[in-house]
Design a binder for this molecule. Sequence first.
Ligand code: AMP
Ligand code: GLY
Length: 423
Amino acid sequence: MNVLLLGSGGREHALAWKMAQSPLLDKLYIAPGNAGTATVGTNLPISATSFDEIKEAVKKYDINLVVVGPEDPLVKGVHDFFLADSELKNIPVIGPQKYAATLEGSKEFAKNFMIRHNIPTAKHFTVTAENLAEGFAFLDTQVAPYVLKADGLAAGKGVLIINDLQEAKTELQNMLQGKFGDASKTVVIEECLKGIEMSVFVLTDGESYVLLPEAKDYKRIGEHDTGLNTGGMGAVSPVPFADKALMTRVEEEIIKPTVAGLKKDNIPYCGFIFFGLMNDNGTPKVIEYNVRMGDPETEVVIPRIKSDLLKLFVAAANKTLSKETIEIDEQSATTVMAVSGGYPEAYEKGKVITIDSEISDSIVFHAGTTLDGQEVKTSGGRVLTVTSLGKDKNAALELSYKNIKKIQFDKMYYRRDIGVDLG
Ligand code: AMP
Ligand code: GLY
């Protein structure tokens, strides 16, 4: 079969790398892809949100299945676009329709879904310009720190965690007045959860699901979790504290009620669900839903899956996931992200990337790279990530750090403490 994958990050390189190993695959196309995806498939110079151009490509390359990497095309309705088009409607899309994608696209929608289906999450109160006084009153009932979230998508930047009550009130007003554009015209104030975060993933067909390996990502730019939030600077899987007891609670209290809740609400869902969780001493709570895989979590989750991912996608599309099992590698996987100097603030692009010698005991997944003739150049903040497998986390980390040293580009930076907090 021929597959079209939408997206261009490290997540997409990992998905492409895995699908390229499937005996079910004939040709793999990636729109737009990066210099890494070009080594396992054919890149198409089409944006992941240019639906008309995607349609042309699907017809031209005789595509049988579409896999959506990032949230943007999902929230903009790429799946609905296929269903509404007589020529595309029978081509399965892995990734939910627009309404279901609101689980990620609106914090308020996600909160109401969780309350309706009794899924543990932080207490919240929703504020718009109309009920600001009630918002202030809710903040008065909370203890510091105060969590303010833009309702809509804000490129991962729409969450403020503030220690001072007066500052929280001022920022609430700033947000309502457009600090994050339209995304913060509605603000969700949340109780601040305590504990350690982790990411859990399923692939679901709306009836059943397969549980993928869990992961922990490292969001801050600086070592020891300091400085600004980024898309993610590294990841580890498995997560040592995610023992059987915790994962049983996650499945029973969070995953199963979520999949059953979608069904009860008549929301069809074919694709990944990413549960951003807080583990409060063995009690898991949902911080957020995403309707896609995480990045860089995918770069440690996918290499631990031994089963044929494309076969699982076909089963999800046919609603036969209940008949599938997933085989997971017992080894640990780690990934360390190399970023452009300055990221997550302003940074330069177009730097030539060189690799000293062949890297054979790690996988280099490209994130923000492009091919310029024969040269690979940087084209984003997160540039590439070095994934390794090992008998335990430390063995994997040793390989990732040994091999990242073989890669150079001007002003390259990476964190040297990925996984260290996990003992
Ligand atoms: P989100 O975009 O909802 O994932 O939030 C971004 C980050 O803010 C999360 O990864 C957490 O580190 C933090 N965060 C969000 N909501 C809460 C909460 N209710 N309590 C504590 N931390 C939170
Ligand atoms: N690494 C977090 C995310 O993909 O949202």
